[in-house]
Design a protein around this ligand. Structure first.
Ligand SMILES: Cc1ncc(COP(=O)(O)O)c(C=O)c1O
Length: 303
């Protein structure tokens, strides 16, 4: 990260490596220029060329007939729920750790009137097939008896048409949205190929922690495939907040003047996320800090 803070007490620069979330990353210079130069129109009339192109490219990328540009992930999830569960009182099955259930202000219940049946998520966010079978038993048998009724093409177009109306109802009819779609087009063109770099960076931190073979702090390298990973620890002697405060704090006595930020995902779980602004040097210096705090807390724990 290029950002630095000056800590008056330390009389010098303190480097910040902010690994809380990739949602805090900022547009690249190329994205800013594309936004400035974007040719726009009224997207509610379907006339914004940048939005139309972004939707076309996004659909093509995942092999779908059409796509819809929406204001946020939360809106995308809510629109999907409303399109698939158009009757109030419908039920969705959701992981107990899913974003929709935990972080979206209960929109599925409040706005869509949909009830949620919870299924316990495994640590890596997946479900156990048995648990899913138990919940889905009847529906699966019913579906298995049905021949495919519609081609994917027709169904997909129908879904997008209904989703567009739902988006408007939710206040997401964003007139000259092409200004942002222009940045999205740069993202599709330039950022996909460099994602591996973020994945490698996350893996490097995860591996450094795993290599410590700590009895208290654990990372399961088998689950580290993307730019996000979790570190689990025994929380009987200190909390996630103790760990987070210590990696963020910089003391006069600290050999490395770096402040690392992350977030807790549960009482015994810390999440680290990398993104394009996090450099190789950031990763190396963050590793030093994280490992030194782990050792410090381990020593305290074993006292
Ligand atoms: C899996 C997932 N779903 C939904 C969202 C919500 O996105 P937004 O913050 O754009 O509403 C996020 C955001 O971090 C997410 O990680």
């Amino acid at each position: 990260m290029y950002e630095k803070i000056v800590n008056a007490d330390l009389n010098g620069d303190v480097r910040i490596v902010d690994l809380r979330s990739d949602t805090i990353s900022k547009p690249t210079q190329e994205m800013r220029e594309a936004m400035y130069n974007a040719v726009v129109g009224d997207d509610v009339y379907g006339e914004d060329p940048m939005v139309l192109e972004l939707q076309r490219q996004a659909a093509e990328l995942v092999g779908k007939e059409d796509a819809l540009f929406v204001a946020s992930g939360t809106m995308a999830n809510l629109i999907s729920i409303m399109v698939h569960c158009s009757q109030r009182g419908s039920e969705i099955i959701s992981g107990d750790n899913s974003h929709t259930f935990r972080f979206e202000q209960g929109g599925s219940a409040q706005i869509a009137g949909v009830q949620t049946a919870l299924l316990k998520n495994n640590e890596d966010g997946t479900f156990s097939l048995d648990a899913l079978r138990k919940k889905l038993g009847k529906i699966l048998i019913f579906m298995n008896l049905l021949p495919p009724l519609l081609s994917l093409k027709i169904r997909t177009i129908c879904v997008v048409v209904r989703a567009t109306r739902t988006r408007k109802a939710l206040g997401g009819g964003w007139r000259q949205a092409g200004i942002l779609a222009a940045a999205g087009l740069v993202a599709l063109d330039k950022m996909i190929d460099r994602l591996q770099e973020d994945h490698d960076h996350a893996y490097k931190i995860a591996k450094a922690i795993a290599n410590l073979k700590s009895e208290i702090f654990k990372v399961d390298l088998k689950t580290v495939h993307t730019n996000i990973f979790m570190m689990y620890f025994d929380s009987s002697k200190f909390t996630a907040e103790d760990f987070l405060e210590r990696i963020e704090e910089v003391r006069e006595s600290d050999p490395i003047k770096v402040s690392v930020k992350a977030i807790s995902c549960d009482s015994g779980c810390i999440r680290f996320v990398t993104y394009w602004e996090i450099t190789v040097e950031d990763i190396d210096i963050a590793i030093k800090k994280i490992l030194s705090v782990i050792r410090e807390l381990e020593n305290k724990f074993n006292e």
